[in-house]
Design a protein around this ligand. Structure first.
Ligand SMILES: Nc1ncnc2c1ncn2[C@@H]1O[C@H](COP(=O)(O)OP(=O)(O)O)[C@@H](O)[C@H]1O
Ligand SMILES: [Mg+2]
Length: 374
């Protein structure tokens, strides 16, 4: 008993190294715990909170960007139910929010695709074309659907393609017209001038006095033929009063050949000063009259030219069947046929404009005008 007492007393004295070690350990552990509780934990907590806040701000910022994005963004859950949409998507799908819709209802073909992600699909909504990218989250909790309006790009592509094919057909036409010209020239030279020269040669071989005057006549014929060919090769010029006269002849010839009653009026000044506009008007009216003969089934047509101090206008009208819808549209230039297309090109290249009015079974009217400068 005494021994235990003595040991206990001794144990709790600083002479006992075990007791000292114990106290020191308790103090160290206490300090460590204190430091953890008072310093490390709060620091860690504030770090996590800051990080969380940062993420939250980032998410809010992204949401704001998505909201402001001019392109539609739709978020769906794993069942395809729409859970979030930005303003742009509300504009193209107005009832998207009120009724809890499934993505199948607004973009039916989209979810049948297998290759989501990198390859966007092309979807049409109300005449507009969208490239649509589907991005599922890694954990499949939701899927973002990004839509980008590419209508304008597609339209440009389409117009470009149309231009390309027009250009090709123009080039082909130019080629064939060139060929035709060569053929005409060659046959004129062969059949006419060639023959005349052979005759001259034969007569020279049997030269007798009285043949001299015949040869003179033949040489005259050759000379006239050559002048005729050269005249036909000269570009046409339609200025001064020549436009009026040439138009008069054209309308008459068409009227006689086609048995369609045609009338021609020329109002204002007789003199047209700009030969380019003169030629353009002649060519355009020529094509319009070709179309009337070929397609309209009309019984009457009229050509009217008004040449005033500030502008010159042309109206070509028929009472035929009208231009079918696929060719006729006063706004959509891409639907014009080659003849109508080149008409428009010619006129617009010289700063003029053309408008077409056409009604089934009532007829077609072309209005063309050029404003004079200065
Ligand atoms: N005056 C018209 N009346 C009825 N249809 C017309 C008339 N002008 C043009 N069309 C129609 O428009 C089409 C396009 O005309 P156009 O561009 O001149 O080409 P093309 O005469 O070579 O067919 C024609 O094929 C025809 O169907
Ligand atoms: Mg034509």
């Amino acid at each position: 008993m005494n021994n235990i007492d003595t040991y206990t007393k001794f144990f709790f004295t600083f002479e006992n190294p075990t007791f000292v070690a114990l106290i020191v350990s308790v103090l160290v552990i206490g300090t460590v715990i204190f430091v953890f509780i008072k310093v490390i934990f709060p620091l860690q907590k504030s770090f996590v909170t800051a990080q969380h806040k940062h993420l939250l701000e980032k998410a809010e910022l992204m949401a704001l960007f998505a909201e402001m994005d001019p392109d539609p963004l739709i978020r769906i859950d794993s069942q395809g139910l729409i859970i979030h949409t930005n303003e742009a998507s509300k504009k193209i799908f107005p009832d998207i929010v009120q009724e809890k819709k499934n993505i199948d209802e607004i973009l039916p073909d989209l979810m049948n695709r297998t290759n989501f992600g990198e390859v966007p699909s092309i979807e049409k909504v109300d005449e507009r074309i969208y490239s649509v990218l589907v991005r599922p989250q890694l954990d499949n909790s939701f899927t973002n659907i990004y839509m980008h309006d590419i209508t304008q790009i597609k339209n440009y592509e389409y117009t470009l393609e149309t231009y390309k094919s027009r250009l090709k057909s123009f080039a082909e036409r130019l080629d064939s017209e060139n060929e035709q010209l060569k053929k005409t020239l060659s046959s004129e030279l062969h059949d006419n001038i060639g023959q005349l020269l052979i005759l001259v040669k034969l007569k020279l071989a049997n030269m007798e006095k009285h043949h001299a005057s015949e040869i003179e006549l033949d040489v005259d014929s050759v000379y006239h033929k050559i002048r005729e060919i050269s005249k036909n090769l000269r570009p046409l010029e339609f200025k001064d009063e020549r436009l009026k006269m040439a138009m008069q002849t054209l309308v008459q010839t068409v009227s006689v050949n086609s048995q369609i009653a045609g009338s021609f009026d020329f109002l204002g000044e007789d003199v047209v000063t700009d030969p380019k506009i003169g030629l353009c008007i002649y060519r355009v009216v020529q094509e319009a009259l070709n179309n009337i003969m070929k397609h309209s089934g009309a019984t009457e047509f009229s050509v009217q030219i008004g040449n005033y101090s500030d502008k010159i206008n042309v109206v070509v009208s028929d009472n035929g069947i009208g231009i079918p819808n696929e060719y006729y549209s006063s706004k959509e230039f891409k639907n014009y046929g080659t003849g109508l297309f080149s008409m428009k090109e010619r006129i617009e290249n010289l700063g003029g404009n053309i408008k077409i009015n056409s009604f089934p079974q009532e007829g077609t009217t072309l209005f063309i005008e050029f404003y004079k400068r200065g």
